[in-house]
Each structure stands twice: as C-alpha cells, then as structure tokens.
Design a protein around this ligand. Structure first.
Ligand code: MN
Length: 370
C-alpha cells in the first residue's frame, strides 16, 4: 500500500503548515503524520529530529515499531496533512559534515580528468582507506532551496581571476546521519556502525569545478564545495533498508581490521538524476567500493568524536556506464546554466518485492551575486 511511502518505509521529516512551528512527522503515502500527536511524545514536538536521534538505537527500534502499529490500520484522525499542504524543513540540525569519495568509478573518472599525466587514475591510498574531507555543515540546505552560482578564483587563460564559476556541477550522493554520537578518543569500528547511523538522505554536493581545480592542491576541496549542498527532507531509517543490504564489491587488498565488515553493508539503492525534467543518469549505489560503516570507522579511528546530527556523504555515485555517472563533468556534455533545475531521486527494495522511496533533493541555479 501507499507506493514508495508505505509501512516498510516510515521516514522521518520536519514540516510546518501555514506558517506554524515546524514539528517532526512521518510520511504514509501522500500524507504526513504528526509524531508528537500519534505517539503522545513531546520529543517530536520540536523543530528538529536531533532530540529523538540522540536517544539511540534501542529507542529508534521501539519507536519505529510503535509507528508501524499505530498506522497499520491507515491514517489516524488527528495530526494528518496532505503532502501538498506542508512545507518541509531541514529535518535535523547538521553538526559536522564530511564528504567521502567512495566510488571507484567516479574516483577513476575524476583522476583521469584532474591528473591526466598520472599512470594510475586512483591515488596510492585509495584502496586502503575511504578518502574524505571535512566540509561546511552550515552550507547544507533542504530540497527546494535555490542555489546561487558561487564566485571564486579560477584560471582564465592561465591567469587567476575572481568571478562566477563557469563550470558548475552536481554530485549525486547518499548521505548518512549520525544519531547517537561517540566521545572523543573512542573509535567506532565498522561492526558497531549500525548503533550510530540513524538514517539516510539524498545529497547533492554542488561543485564549482573551475574553483575546485585551482584550489584543491594540496589540501583538497574548499570554496568549490562550500556554497551549498542539498539534502532530501526525509531521513529514511537504516532499519527500512534491511532488504536493500548487499555485499560491497570485492575489496582488494583486504582492508585493515578496523575497517572489516561482518555483515553486508552495500546498499542496493537506485538513484536517478533529473536535469530540467529529463532523467540523464541512473547511478547504482550498490557499485560503491567503500561502505558507510567503513566511512564512519575511518572518520573516528583517529579519535575524532561524533555528535548527534553529524552528516557524512558517500561521494559521487557513479556506475561503470556513461548513463550511470553522478556528475556532469564525467558525462562530458557541459555544465549547469542559470535557471537549470536538478532533482535527485532514489528507490530501494522494501519487503515482498515492494520499493521504498527517498523523496527528492531538488535545487535550481540562480545567477551569481553581482
Ligand atoms: Mn562530493
């Protein structure tokens, strides 16, 4: 029942109605259901999911069961709105944000473009650790927020100039939300990751390629990726993805023990990239080399703490085929123009052959500030 948002999904979001204070909701079909009303629990009465996410895995499981039971007979009488009548907000307060680089196909494609003289498109460390960089948490916006074309330094005829990016790109990614944090000095091994990862969002890591190409040596991305990143408004619980679990591709050489997996941590999520109403690519998340459990293990192995609301994204999802790439630079047909609109969507297997949806991460490019 209820298509991509049936009882097997039950994602979490935050919405307001007619300018009311934002509150936590779940979604069933084309309706949102107020969770504080449904469950008589004030942890859901506020404008973010953080207080609930901080309660940890055992509570998440109890609440998910309770929501499923409460909605098993259909929509309740109170606290229900049609999806078209609500405004969705950023569902959680983003604490820290890290972006990884976990697709072998994407890393190889970018390596050939950025380092054409290198014999191996992958850097020597790539198969040993999930490469990532710490990004700007406050630049993360919810689906539907316009994206202003960024200005930055980029080379024009070999000379650096400050101006609007001329090579503005999208990156189709999947983001993972940390619910229960971890103290400084306490690494999270990959086998413990499910105790900490609350759920999954779609993530568009808008990228100014000309700014990025000039600035990234030797410390990595900075202004080329700090102007805006768009997430979907629904956090799909990790538990809803039990039927989407698949083995990651064979990892050779075998990762170090802190990165070892004891269960399938690949995710069979089918992504879709739409540009101005036309689907231009279908990136397969199952092809990702590094899993989210390994990303979190690596992020914390040096002793870094994690906090409720931390977000780490997978890096661009690209499959082996040209119609599976998650960025325009890999496609080779030009970059984003002012007025262009990009929508990311995705589905994954649910129970009994059904599919669950992630909603969408939508953004339109506005002209640069003069
Ligand atoms: Mn990225």
């Amino acid at each position: 029942m209820s298509g991509l948002f049936g009882l097997a999904n039950l994602p979490y979001g935050v919405c307001s109605v007619d300018g009311s204070a934002p509150r936590a909701v779940t979604r069933l079909g084309d309706h949102v259901v107020d969770l504080a009303t449904l469950l008589d629990d004030d942890v859901f009465a506020g404008p973010s999911l953080n207080p609930f996410m901080a309660q940890g895995r055992a509570r998440w499981d109890v609440v998910r069961t309770a929501i499923g039971e409460a909605l098993a007979g259909g929509l309740p009488a109170d606290g229900v709105h049609a999806i078209g009548d609500v405004r969705m907000h950023l569902p959680f307060e983003v604490a820290d944000y890290v972006d990884f680089y976990a697709s072998e196909h994407h890393a190889s494609n970018l390596g050939r473009l950025f380092r054409p003289d290198s014999p191996d498109p992958l850097t020597p460390n790539w198969r040993h650790l999930p490469i990532g960089y710490t990004g700007r948490a406050s630049s993360i916006v919810v689906s539907g927020t316009d994206v202003v074309r960024p200005c930055g330094q980029r080379l024009v005829d070999g000379v650096p100039e400050l101006g609007p990016s001329l090579r503005l790109d999208l990156e189709a990614e999947v983001g993972f939300v940390v619910g229960a944090g971890s103290p400084m000095g306490t690494p999270i091994p990959a086998v413990e990751a499910a105790k900490h990862i609350f759920g999954v969002v779609l993530f568009n890591d808008w990228s100014a390629r000309d700014v990025q190409a000039w600035e990234y040596v030797p410390l990595g991305p900075h202004l080329g990726k700090s102007f805006a990143s768009t997430i979907s408004p629904w956090v799909v619980p990790l538990a809803a993805l039990d039927h989407a679990r698949v083995e990651v591709p064979r990892q050779q050489p075998a990762p170090l023990p802190y990165l070892a997996l004891d269960e399938p941590w690949g995710l069979d999520i089918d992504l879709e990239v739409e540009l101005n109403g036309e689907v231009i690519s279908r990136p397969p998340y199952r092809s990702m080399y590094w899993s989210p459990a390994q990303m979190l293990a690596h992020l914390t192995v040096g002793g870094a703490p994690t906090r409720t609301g931390d977000l780490f994204a997978s890096g661009t999802v690209s499959g082996p085929e040209l119609d599976q790439v998650g960025s325009l630079i890999e496609r080779g047909k030009g970059f984003l123009e002012d007025g262009d609109e990009v929508v990311l969507r995705a589905t994954a297997p649910g129970v009994d052959g059904s599919r669950i949806g992630f909603g969408e991460a939508r953004g339109r490019i506005r002209e640069a500030r003069s």
